[in-house]
Design a protein around this ligand. Structure first.
Ligand SMILES: Cc1ncc(COP(=O)(O)O)c(C=O)c1O
Length: 393
């Protein structure tokens, strides 16, 4: 890999195979009747979405653009979630009997325009996770904004309104993005699915517990911990013969399968610090600037003698001062041409990073000892594509 021009991402296919296999095994053992919907938003890189398509996963999409992307790669098993659906794609998905989870009032209103045909939909549930798992939710006391609120009766009103339009509610979607990704989040989700279904006498074809699991980290909860517990609760009310368990993992599958390779291009010494300047950037692997550490490897190239430096700050190529990735204390100095490799950077990176100062880097796929290029680095041509008046200098 050392001969490839940095920066670039590498997707480790063998690792993906293993994780997907573990996920499917855990679901098969605990519930049997399951669907894996790969979460496009987590990383919709074309090779990645084709990989999940080829491995029997549904495409979990949350906008008309993602919906069209799924169609463009021939992914015809779809879960259509979110609040960014277009009316046209919404109708198409309902008519094609895709799994469509309603998340907005205007979608319910659109149903009035559908011809009667015993169509079926699911609905996104908003329930108060913060009271069940204090301190674990992303928005704390402010609560989450997605779905229809169960506790204040909005969910029941929405279900009734959908059914008045001759459309059946056959699924509950209960995805929650938590800060902790811990199994008790899924206990609350499963208990809420049981409670709602019993209270409203719903006959559900699926319970969709969403994504948000850990994956690819031996120190964190493993798939069976989540699904055995969820299955134990769902069995109080649902029969796997009739009700499928849907999961929508993103991070758990793609997060740990991707590495980012960078090189040191310069070393700057100031009176206050030593800055290691690389051709990578924090914007590529931490676009939301929230990470405090990385799984990383420093490859010191050559046999030159090196001193120990009290402090070295590894930084990126952008002109933002806070494009600093990590700091080394009392470690061997890093020199120009050394490599820094970041591991487990596949989630919310390649498809969330900005086109800031430099265009998207190359992407490779590694399978066994084979490496194939899956994307050339972007050039001005891709950046300027779709611009009007591009002929002018
Ligand atoms: C509806 C839905 N499903 C699945 C996911 C995937 O979550 P993760 O990548 O944490 O597994 C998300 C992420 O926000 C989501 O909003």
């Amino acid at each position: 890999m050392n001969s490839l021009k940095t920066p670039y991402f590498v997707i480790n296919k063998d690792f993906l195979d293993e994780e997907l296999h573990k996920l499917k095994n855990a679901l098969q053992r605990s519930w049997g009747n399951y669907i894996v919907g790969y979460s496009y938003k987590t990383n919709a890189f074309p090779w990645v979405i084709k990989y999940f398509r080829d491995n029997g996963c549904y495409a979990e999409v949350v906008s008309d653009d993602e919906y069209e992307l799924a169609k463009s790669v021939g992914a015809d098993k779809l879960i259509y979630n979110g609040i960014a659906k277009s009316k046209e794609t919404f109708f198409e998905a309902v008519r094609n009997h895709s799994i469509v989870n309603i998340d907005a009032e205007y979608e319910i209103n659109w149903l009035a325009e559908l011809e009667p045909n015993n169509y079926e939909v699911g609905i996104r549930v908003n329930f108060d996770l913060e009271s069940k798992c204090p301190g674990q939710t992303q928005c704390g006391e402010d609560g989450e904004r997605f779905g229809f609120c169960y506790e204040n009766g909005e969910l029941k009103r929405a279900i009734d309104k959908i059914e008045e339009k001759g459309v059946k509610v056959v699924g509950l979607h209960l995805h929650k993005s938590s800060k902790t990704r811990m199994p008790d989040i899924y206990r609350a989700i499963a208990e809420t699915a049981v409670e709602i279904s019993e209270k409203y006498g719903l006959k559900l074809k699926y319970v969709d517990i969403g994504g948000g699991f850990f994956g690819g980290l031996s120190s964190k909860p493993q798939f069976p911990e989540y699904f055995d517990m969820v299955a134990g609760i769902l069995k109080q009310c649902f029969d796997p013969e009739e009700t499928a368990l849907i999961v929508e993992p993103g991070m758990a599958l793609i997060g740990a399968a991707v590495d980012y390779y960078t090189s040191v291009v310069d070393v700057k010494r100031t009176t206050r610090n030593t800055f290691i300047v690389t051709d990578g950037s924090r914007t590529q692997i931490d676009p939301l600037m929230t990470k405090s550490s990385y799984f990383k490897e420093i490859v010191r190239i050559g046999s030159e003698p090196r001193q120990v430096f009290e402090r070295q700050i590894v930084s990126g190529f952008t002109c933002m001062e806070h494009d600093r990735l990590f700091e080394l204390s009392n470690e061997l100095e890093i020199l120009t041409n050394d490599q820094i490799v970041y591991h487990k950077v596949g989630a919310y990176t390649m498809c969330l990073s900005p086109l800031f100062i430099k265009w998207f880097p190359a992407v490779y796929v590694k399978e066994g000892e084979h490496i194939i290029k899956a994307r050339d680095r972007w050039t001005v041509a891709e950046y300027k594509s779709r611009c009007i008046g591009d002929k002018e200098k």
